[in-house]
Design a protein around this ligand. Structure first.
Ligand SMILES: Cc1ncc(COP(=O)(O)O)c(C=O)c1O
Length: 420
């Protein structure tokens, strides 16, 4: 049996996040805003601070601090390669955030498209995986096809998506998990279908990353992007692509910068301190896996596998309790999968609405009670438009492994009080 995250272990995890001890209006704060950015561990803060204290220097210099800074940078690439399951650290590109990286890559990839080609995006995705492609397509006379959703449970209509792929499809851009409904997309199936038509596949793994282990080889995609601030690290973005693609594709870059990978894609001066922090975030998760396995010598990827197995089991418990409690609140609507036998198809991100109060009013009332949640469309604009929920949107209750059953109960009590 896979090792479990016991309440004691969860407390040990929580102790590593200084922000979790914050209070608001005399109550412990409950951080349910993870989908918009999780809190960070002390080890992440220390790694960032250590960088500035010891070797703050630009890349490629002939002196000690620059050499040390470059060594830290390579460590970050290696950590993120382990995180996504890549074989080669040079396949990891860092950037300001997922959106900026995707804009850079969509512009570069679009140079290979011709008029009359098409691309497929989805109505479930965050706009960073929609407009980035739609704008590039517009500039190249390429048609954009939108894969529809099942409105009942806010899952992707995979049959519809497949029907939109043909011989002229150059790219399919799809998310691993919705940052709004929490539903997980069958990206392996989508990728293998797209490959029959030689279409490239770009995966947005931003929302999936704190909940399940990413494996780029298992998915079989060409590109995958995520952001370390969604899994306990600092505000930077990460993109993985196959090395031959990174090598062959022409990057928009300035002339003096390197032509080798990954540097050719990492335009301008990087946020080196945050790169150090991103490595520390991956190592936090790997250390959790080592603790769970009671084996300090586990390789990082193996340790991550164990950590994520336990995180999934634990988060499912939280999700179950929350779905159960929400079902008991009259007139409350969950916009996503509610079937408790389908938990493997969703992450514990639950969007709700209620006729009594607007999304922003509910979020405000919860906020006053020290429960921090997000409201609006969270940039999953196609989805809220499909659900006729613009401009108000929904309230997003986002659980990660540092949340507890007690916090879920407090949230449910507060919702009962506010809504009934
Ligand atoms: C699913 C998803 N994709 C993309 C993004 C954009 O990420 P970034 O803020 O790193 O640009 C977000 C941010 O919320 C997201 O949730």
């Amino acid at each position: 049996m896979a090792p479990h995250l016991t309440p004691d272990l969860i407390q040990e995890c929580r102790n590593q996040f200084p922000a979790l001890s914050r209070e608001h209006n005399g109550q412990p704060a409950v951080f349910l805003d993870g989908p918009a950015g999780t809190q960070v561990t002390q080890s992440v803060i220390d790694a960032i601070s250590h960088y500035y204290c010891t070797c703050n220097a630009n890349h490629g210099g002939q002196f000690a601090t620059s050499r040390e800074s470059d060594a830290f940078t390579e460590q970050a690439h290696r950590a993120l390669a382990d995180f996504v399951g890549a074989d080669d650290w040079k396949e990891i590109v860092f950037g300001a955030n997922m959106t900026s990286l995707t804009f850079a890559f969509s512009r570069a990839i679009a140079q290979t498209w011709s008029e009359g080609d098409n691309i497929v995006v989805t109505r479930l995705d965050h706009d960073a995986n929609v407009s980035t492609w739609a704008l590039a397509a517009r500039d190249h006379g390429v048609e954009v096809r939108y894969a529809e959703i099942h409105k009942g449970d806010c899952t992707l209509d995979v049959t519809d998506l497949k029907s939109k792929i043909d011989q002229r499809t150059r790219l399919v851009a799809v998310g691993l998990a919705s940052n709004s409904s929490g539903s997980i997309n069958p990206v392996q199936e989508i990728t293998s279908y797209a490959k029959q038509f030689n279409a490239q596949v770009f995966i947005d793994a931003v929302h999936y990353a704190p909940h399940r282990l990413i494996d780029v080889h298992e998915i079989g995609c060409d590109f995958l992007a995520c952001s370390t601030y969604k899994f306990y690290g600092p505000h930077i973005g990460v993109l993985w692509a196959k090395s031959e693609i990174l090598e062959d594709l022409e990057a928009y870059k300035v002339r003096p910068s390197a032509t080798v990978i990954p540097e050719k894609w990492m335009t301008g001066t990087q946020n080196f301190a945050s790169l150090c922090g991103s490595r520390a975030a991956v190592d936090y998760l790997a250390d959790l896996g080592r603790t769970l396995a009671n084996d300090g010598s586990l390789q990082r990827r193996q340790a991550l596998q164990i950590a994520y197995e336990a995180i999934t089991i634990y988060e499912d418990q939280l999700c179950l309790r929350l779905l159960d409690g929400l079902a008991a609140i009259e007139d409350l609507k969950v916009h996503g999968i509610t079937d408790i036998n389908q938990l493997e198809d969703r992450v514990p991100t639950i969007s709700i609405t209620h006729p009594k109060l607007s999304a922003s009013q509910i979020a405000f009332e919860l906020g006053e009670r020290g429960i921090f949640v997000w409201d609006g469309n969270y940039y999953a604009l196609e989805l809220t438009e499909q659900l006729n929920l613009e401009p108000e949107g929904m309230v997003r209750l986002g659980l990660v492994h540092y949340n507890t059953l007690e916090e879920v109960d407090r949230l449910l009590d507060a919702l009962q009080e506010i809504l009934t």
